[in-house]
Design a protein around this ligand. Structure first.
Ligand code: HPA
Length: 284
């Protein structure tokens, strides 16, 4: 066994020794969106620092906790807080928790994040269903020797974000009377926000929202054959598109402001994804 496969196996065994729940849907909760976990009836939860081989996250608004439990009758696993490249981790380290969720048996991964809107018509507090991404992070979790046990050397990314799940999220959000867009997420390493010139570049290459996360996890999930869907909370307009400067405070304040709406959307969504899975066979 390679070192990574051995580590994943240790971690999975540790979690299974504490909780027998087999999650069907996995979730990664981004900046300021972590309080959604209150909607989960927990069976077991654990700080990242107590889980073998998990690294801890240092970002404000992220506590670093894995929760296994149920939303309605759907078994879920939620990562409250994620690792980022700007914390000094490489992409392979960033995706270790995502790979762990896959080992636990999730069939769908729902990723959430806070992002800057690249479209001037967006308003802070809007949501964007992610239809595709552009990886400008300068790293890829699949770099290096491929582990055939996990997936293929050259994974297809034609539908990295499952189209039918994306449409499901859009209709769910519209049903909740939320302002919802569909679009392309551009992932940058951070930690600086973009310059206005970079924002114009990102617009010109087809980006709709920009952030510092998500891309590594989505690549790892696709490699493992897990279906992915994602929602960005547009916490601000990207640099230069509105008057004033950007701050992390603005990002967390907007995320806090939409928290209730977001909780409501995701809770409903989990039920809908579960029903959808019953109808559409999983990739793996
Ligand atoms: N840029 C990059 N990441 C972000 C932004 C942004 O404007 N807003 C929230 N995360």
């Amino acid at each position: 066994m390679t070192d990574l496969v051995q580590k994943l196996s240790d971690t999975t065994q540790f979690i299974r020794s504490h909780c027998s729940l087999k999650p069907r849907v996995g979730m990664i909760l981004g900046s300021g969106l972590g309080n959604f976990v209150d909607s989960i009836v927990p069976e077991w939860s654990c700080e990242y620092s107590q889980i073998p081989h998990f690294k801890t996250t240092s970002v404000e608004g992220h506590t670093g906790r894995l929760i296994l439990g149920k939303i309605g009758d759907v078994p879920v696993a939620a990562l409250q807080g994620r690792l980022h490249l700007y914390e000094g981790y490489n992409a392979q380290e960033v995706v270790f928790p995502t790979r762990t969720l896959a080992m636990l048996g999730i069939q769908v991964l729902l990723v959430t994040n806070a992002a800057g809107g690249l479209n001037k018509k967006m308003t802070p507090g809007d949501f964007m269903v992610i239809t595709d991404h552009i990886n400008l992070m300068g790293d890829n979790p699949l770099k290096g020797k491929n582990l055939e046990q996990l997936g293929p050397r050259f994974p297809d990314m034609t539908e990295a974000y499952d189209r039918s799940l994306a449409n499901l999220i859009s209709s769910c959000a519209k049903g909740n009377k939320l302002n919802v867009w569909q679009g392309v997420y551009v992932g940058l390493p951070g930690p600086t926000y973009e310059t206005p010139a970079e924002v114009r570049y990102l617009q010109s290459i087809g980006g709709d929202a920009v952030g510092m996360s998500t891309v590594p996890e989505v690549i790892a999930a696709n490699h493992l054959g897990v279906r992915v869907c994602g929602v960005s909370c547009i916490t601000n307009l990207a640099a230069g598109l509105s008057s004033g400067k950007l701050s992390h405070n603005e990002v967390t304040t907007t995320a806090k402001f939409v928290e209730q709406k977001f909780k409501h959307l995701v809770t409903q969504l989990i039920g809908e994804i579960n029903a959808h899975l019953d109808k559409a066979p999983a990739k793996r």
